[in-house]
Design a protein around this ligand. Structure first.
Ligand SMILES: Cc1cc2nc3c(=O)[nH]c(=O)nc-3n(C[C@H](O)[C@H](O)[C@H](O)COP(=O)(O)OP(=O)(O)OC[C@H]3O[C@@H](n4cnc5c(N)ncnc54)[C@H](O)[C@@H]3O)c2cc1C
Length: 400
């Protein structure tokens, strides 16, 4: 029987272990944490957005995009659903394509992966941090690096997989935090900390409009967070890494256009002239944002609507729909859900996920230079790559 060592008991490592064991291989998983699957347990706010039915190329980011899509085509949603059914995990497919466990609990995903692996006699060694990769080849016929990325260090995220790959002269595409909150230079953002609103966020890099996202935003003491921010963070973080100027423009009232908003304000000026400009904004926005918005456009909060000029009305309307903030940094790997960059996939066989530099060395999951959008895409890649590694090792074992 061939012996396989899998370094990392996360999403990709556990799926890989199960498929290898089903292929009659003798599998050992080495996990540095006291338990496996810590990221699965916290994923999707404890619900685990386990994959997506729309696994299209624009949802995956890599310097070699075809690599991810090749794997996803071979182990897409239908194949993953079949795998889940084989371990007793029932899926709940949402109308927009996001997929969750029917139980709505991430812990059912982690438990079923672990219990299935254990039932197949996979040896799981927790509290076992691997420091040296080359010695594993003395005992094992195949070694799988499934160590994930630097993201979320409190859950075990670290860059050891990159160091292992470097020992075999692999190139590392510089990692950067993704699905991460952003730091803003503005002194006003911390003053609005805690205020949440549905907004449209538009990202500008080098003054060029890149992409927009609609969703909630939350001002924080360091800058800004929320789903709409996470959605633009991959591109923002990558640009910051290269020192490019990054701006976001917030449309705080996405259901208005400038004319409709200006006419709403004008009619209030006519019908409720004794109200203050702050009262008018409180009717539209959370009060913390309203107050500091006025500080930004240098209008006195007590200014009566009767005294508001047409020019000021136009300025308020235009700025509420495009309030610009300079982005200075991301909130870092510690707070990021995932990491972009990683092991250069041009040095990895796209059909087997085997290293092109070292025989019987395989890579799967986030340690590779592939990162997904929010919506279950990162797990989708972890499953697809973990599956491919296992299939390749089984095929090789059968040929031996
Ligand atoms: C808060 C949060 C929420 C998330 N929510 C979602 C979501 O809803 N949907 C989604 O698609 N993605 C989500 N993700 C991303 C997703 O969790 C990862 O993309 C996925 O877990 C990557 O799988 P992996 O197997 O590559 O790495 P991981 O799951 O991170 O597993 C790697 C494992 O290797 C271990 N390890 C590392 N180095 C060593 C070593 N030297 N020796 C031994 N063990 C080692 C680590 O402890 C870890 O257990 C979320 C991430 C976070 C942090």
């Amino acid at each position: 029987m061939k012996r396989v060592a899998i370094v990392g008991g996360g999403a990709s490592g556990l799926l890989c272990a199960i498929i290898c064991a089903r292929g009659s291989l003798d599998v050992t998983v080495f996990e540095q944490n006291n338990k496996c699957a810590k990221k699965i347990l916290v994923s999707g706010n404890g619900r685990c957005n386990i994959t997506n039915t729309n696994l299209t190329s624009e949802k995956f980011f890599s310097s070699n995009p075809e690599f991810a899509m090749g794997l996803i085509r071979r182990f897409g949603f239908r194949e993953f659903e079949k795998f889940c059914s084989s371990i007793g995990l029932v899926l709940d497919v949402k109308a927009d394509g996001r997929v969750y466990p029917q139980s709505n609990e991430a812990k059912s995903v982690a438990s079923l992966l672990l219990h299935t692996a254990e039932a197949l006699d996979v040896t799981i060694k927790t509290d076992q941090r691997i420091e040296e990769i080359k010695t594993l080849f003395e005992e094992y016929d195949a070694v799988v690096i499934a160590t994930g990325s630097d993201a979320a260090s409190h859950l075990g995220g670290n860059g050891s997989g990159y160091d292992f790959a470097k020992e075999f002269v692999h190139t590392i595409i510089p990692p950067y935090p993704s699905l991460v909150q952003l730091h803003l230079t503005s002194q006003l953002a911390p003053k609005m900390s805690g205020a949440k609103i549905d907004a449209e966020v538009t990202l500008f890099i080098n003054r060029q409009k890149e992409l927009s996202s609609l969703g909630d935003i939350l001002f924080t003491n360091y800058g800004i967070s929320g789903f709409a921010i996470l959605d633009i963070s991959q591109r923002a973080s990558q640009a910051l890494q290269y020192g490019e100027p990054v701006l976001i423009s917030l449309n705080l009232l996405p259901h208005y256009n400038p004319q409709k908003l200006a006419s709403h304000i004008s009619s209030l000026c006519k019908n409720a002239p004794a109200l203050s400009v702050l009262d008018m904004l409180i009717g539209l926005l959370p009060s913390k944002i309203a107050k500091h918005f006025l500080e930004y456009i240098e209008l006195d909060t007590d200014l009566k609507l009767t005294d508001l000029h047409t020019k000021q009305i136009k300025k308020i309307a235009a700025t509420l729909l495009a309030w610009k903030f300079e982005v200075s940094d991301t909130h870092g790997f510690r707070h990021a859900e995932v990491s972009g960059g990683g092991i250069d996939t041009t040095e990895v066989d796209p059909h087997s996920c085997e290293s092109l530099k070292q025989k019987n060395l395989y890579f799967c999951g986030e340690v590779l230079d592939v990162v997904g959008a929010r919506g279950g895409y990162n797990f989708a890649f972890a499953w697809a790559s973990g599956y491919q590694v296992a299939q390749s090792i089984i095929t090789k074992a059968l040929q031996a």
